[in-house]
Design a protein around this ligand. Structure first.
Ligand code: NAD
Length: 336
């Protein structure tokens, strides 16, 4: 099948090419650097499938443009699908497939790396020591052992985070509309969201971005947290209201902030903008706080995860070609 791959980076090319070779070199890839949106969709001309990533815009007009080009499959090389208008895809008879699980450990380990770095101020210590400054002033941390961590969303990643933190001796509590018996088996306790907000020293977000979770962490939620709480978001930027978070950082209500995702990351992340002025004033304000650590949506980025993402993506394209349905096709009916 001919596949137009949008938002391509060198690593996408490498892992997808290897996975395709392992599957008998069945598919022909057209690697494209631009992000997919209504304006760039015509670049998919001649392809039956497109392969898209987290910041591609698969709204109704982009999907209509893809349909005109003859595209029948959107193969997402990611787990989240909040950026796809699934109803429009269904009306246009375009199948949408994703990679539901690749390496929960990759995201969970990065989440814990951010928690550890923020707590022990590794990002600041690294810069200081290189300047010959060995003072410890301002680097005081706290023991994770015995602290309470609130996990919002105990799916594959949330459970993996809980397991690591239990190993550190943390108490883990969680909120999820679909409780997972595994969480309680490893010693976690489900609580209501208000309880989680009020009892957690660290709150970490692992739910998908949906209409119900958009701005779940807003000004009211921040008011309900322990003073100086550590807030971590490696899920999707829209789950937290960035302006409310900035107010919380200024007042001290939020003592630490770790982000791997950002509401408006589409204009920033995955590109080298080091020679340009950042135009996003909200993001620029976040960068001014010493107790904020941001990574550019790299939690998934391990060799194991990239290998698994590419293999599942190729599997989705091959099963669609063979059977007219992808193995990990997203069904609109199951979402309602
Ligand atoms: P998953 O589907 O296994 O788990 C999501 C969990 O969130 C489910 O248990 C679900 O019931 C729960 N949930 C849904 N609505 C909720 C709500 N209102 N409150 C609390 N919990 C709720 O997904 P996963 O594989 O664990 O991934 C979680 C999210 O992480 C993805 O949706 C994606 O947005 C994000 N992610 C980020 C990266 C990254 O590189 N930063 C990589 C992969 C996934």
């Amino acid at each position: 099948m001919k596949v137009a791959v949008f938002s391509t980076k060198s690593y996408d090319r490498t892992f997808l090419t290897d996975a395709n070779l392992a599957d008998g070199d069945r598919h022909r890839f057209h690697f494209l650097e631009p992000r997919l949106n209504a304006d760039t969709a015509s670049l998919a001309g001649g392809a039956s499938a497109v392969c898209a990533f987290v910041n591609d815009e698969l709204n109704a007009s982009a999907l209509a443009a893809l349909s005109k080009e003859g595209v029948r499959l959107v193969a997402l090389r990611c787990a989240g699908f909040n950026h796809v208008d699934l109803n429009a895809a269904q009306q246009l008879n375009i199948a949408v497939a994703r990679v539901p699980a690749y390496s929960p450990a990759a995201v969970a380990e990065h989440t814990v790396a951010i928690i550890m770095s923020l707590n022990r101020k590794i990002h600041r210590a690294y810069a200081r020591v290189r300047e010959g400054n060995f003072s410890l002033d301002g680097l005081l941390g706290f023991d994770l052992c015995g602290r309470t961590v609130g996990i919002i969303g105990t799916g594959k990643i949330g459970i993996a985070v809980a397991r690591i933190l239990r190993g550190f001796g943390c108490d883990v509590v969680a909120n999820d509309p679909l409780p997972n018996a595994e969480f309680e088996r490893i010693g976690g306790t489900y609580v209501t969201l208000p309880e989680l907000l009020s009892m957690s020293d660290i709150i970490t977000l692992h739910c998908p971005l949906t209409p119900a979770t958009r701005h779940l962490i807003n000004a009211d939620a921040i008011t309900a947290t322990k003073p100086g709480v550590m807030l971590i978001n490696t899920s999707r930027g829209g789950v937290a209201d960035t302006k409310a978070i900035i107010a919380g950082l200024k007042s001290g209500a939020i003592g630490y902030l770790g982000l791997d995702v950002y509401e408006e990351e589409g204009d920033l992340f995955f590109e080298d903008l080091s020679e340009q002025m950042i135009q996003d004033d909200v993001f620029a304000r976040l960068l001014t706080f010493p107790n904020v650590l941001i990574t550019g949506h790299q939690a998934f980025f391990t060799a194991e995860a990239m290998t698994a993402i590419a293999a599942t993506t190729i599997g989705n394209i091959s099963s669609f070609e063979d059977h007219g349905r992808s193995e990990h096709q997203i069904s609109v009916e199951r979402l309602v």
